[in-house]
Design a protein around this ligand. Structure first.
Ligand code: HQG
Length: 184
């Protein structure tokens, strides 16, 4: 079983295109495991897929993208489907980080971080992860440091994605600094 392929298809179905698979997510993004298996098994390559395979895929993945609980499964972050997934608001760490290609920086410093194609802005609790996210699109990404406590005190909500991924509706420029410009 190619677990990476399973993960990618599951992310596509649960984050971006549940309707393409005939799936209906609840408000928190959950859907019955049996419905997901039923939908995927229609394709010859997933004919033998089992719930155990989904558990193995989650356990082997380097990022915690999906979660199974009480017979249901969901993507923890990354959604772009029109139906907005409700996330639990939670006090963030003092600083959060966001890695982005160099050419987006002027626009971000002017307009703030916007969710773009997704439902939420994605932030990381540590620099290394932000670096990796930025490197998806630029070999020398810029790391932005978000003053999350200041924003939180001002009433900006942050939401928990997984242990490393934090979400926000948007982040205004006054909370954003380029990490290289920050005092150590
Ligand atoms: C940029 C992956 C111009 C933003 C990753 C980013 C992450 C702006 C891009 C997760 C902007 C959106 C999400 C503005 C934001 N002007 N550009 N005002 N505001 N942007 O892919 O955060 O591996 O939707 O900087 O690891 O890169 O799939 O978001 O570059 O956790 O599990 O607009 O996806 O996770 O890009 O990545 P994305 P992201 P997985």
């Amino acid at each position: 079983m190619d677990y990476q392929k399973v993960s990618k298809e599951l992310s596509y179905a649960l984050r971006h295109a549940p309707q393409e698979y005939g799936l209906e997510l609840d408000e928190q993004g959950w859907v019955a495991v049996e419905h997901v298996l039923g939908a995927l098994r229609k394709q010859p390559k997933w004919r033998t897929l089992t719930e155990a395979d989904l558990h193995t895929m989650i356990a082997r993945s380097e990022k915690k993208r999906h979660e199974i609980r009480d017979g249901k499964i969901r993507a923890l972050y990354g959604h772009s489907a029109p139906q907005k997934i409700t996330k639990e608001a939670k006090q963030p760490p003092e600083f959060l980080y966001h890695g982005t290609p160099r050419h987006f920086v002027p626009s971000i410093l002017k307009s703030g971080l916007l969710p773009k194609g997704r439902q939420y802005v994605h932030l990381s609790d540590e620099i290394g992860t932000a670096q990796q996210v930025g490197e998806r699109r630029d070999e020398q990404p810029v790391i932005l440091r978000i003053d999350a406590w200041k924003a939180w005190r001002d009433g900006v909500l942050f939401y928990h994605g997984n242990e490393m991924v934090w979400l926000a509706d948007r982040v205004e420029p006054q909370y954003i600094a380029i990490l290289d410009d920050c005092q150590p």
